[in-house]
Design a protein around this ligand. Structure first.
Ligand SMILES: [Zn+2]
Length: 195
C-alpha cells in the first residue's frame, strides 16, 4: 500500500512563515518518535523525506493492515502548491465562501458542465504565479480567493505548507487534532488518495 497517501495542508500560513512553521512541526514529530530526524527516505519524484519513527503505531489505525507493514516517507512541502488527491481527483462542486452556494462541475450523469470549471482553472493559474487567484461566484457575484472556497470533495487544496504521509495507515483523529493545534489554529485541509 505504498502508493496510498494522506496530506495535511495548512491553508493560511504565508510563504515566509511556511519554512519556520514546518521546522517546528518536524521537531515535534521527531521528539514524539513519529518520524526520524534525517531525510533519508526517497519520495517519488522529489528529494528525500523523513522516515517513519519508532512510535508510528501510536498515531495510526493499522487494524485493517496485514502485518508486518512498513510506513513510507513523510514529505514536507514548503512552497505554494496545489495539493491534489491523486490522478482521479475530480471535484463535484465547490462552495462559495460568501453565499455558501455550490458551483457544480458535473451534471447528474457526471458529464462536465461546459465552462463551469473555467473560472477555477484561471484562478489556479494566477494563484500558482503568486496572485490571489480570485474566483467570481456565479450566484452572488462576489470574488473570493481560491483558498477560501470549500467543498472540493477533498480533491484539491491550496497552501504554502503541506505534509504528505506516504504509505501510512489512516492517521488517528487524535493525532490530526493535535497536528492542527501545532499549526497554530490555521485552517487546514485533509486529503487522502492513491497514485
Ligand atoms: Zn457566492
Amino acid at each position: 500500500m505504498g502508493d496510498y497517501f494522506q496530506i495535511i495542508v495548512d491553508r493560511d500560513v504565508t510563504g515566509a512563515d511556511a519554512t519556520p512553521l514546518a521546522a517546528r512541526v518536524v521537531a515535534w514529530l521527531v521528539a514524539e518518535g513519529v518520524i526520524g530526524p534525517e531525510r533519508t527516505e526517497p519520495v517519488l519524484g522529489k528529494g528525500p523525506g523523513y522516515p517513519p519513527g519508532p512510535r508510528i503505531r501510536e498515531v495510526v489505525d493499522s487494524s485493517g493492515w496485514g502485518e508486518p507493514w512498513q510506513g513510507g516517507p513523510l514529505d514536507v512541502e514548503v512552497t505554494r502548491t496545489m495539493f491534489d488527491a491523486g490522478q482521479w481527483a475530480d471535484p463535484a462542486s465547490a462552495a462559495c465562501p460568501r453565499c455558501e452556494r455550490d458551483t457544480e462541475f458535473h451534471d447528474e450523469t457526471w458529464e462536465e458542465i461546459p465552462g463551469a470549471w473555467d473560472p477555477f482553472s484561471e484562478a489556479i493559474a494566477g494563484w500558482e504565479e503568486g496572485g490571489e487567484g480570485l474566483v467570481r461566484c456565479a450566484h452572488c457575484d462576489a470574488s473570493s480567493p481560491l483558498v477560501d472556497w470549500t467543498g472540493m470533495g477533498g480533491c484539491f487544496s491550496f497552501g504554502n505548507l503541506g505534509f504528505t504521509f506516504w504509505g501510512w495507515p489512516d492517521l488517528t483523529p487524535a493525532f490530526l487534532a493535535e497536528f492542527d493545534r501545532r499549526l497554530g489554529g490555521h485552517r487546514t485541509a485533509f486529503m487522502s488518495g492513491k497514485l
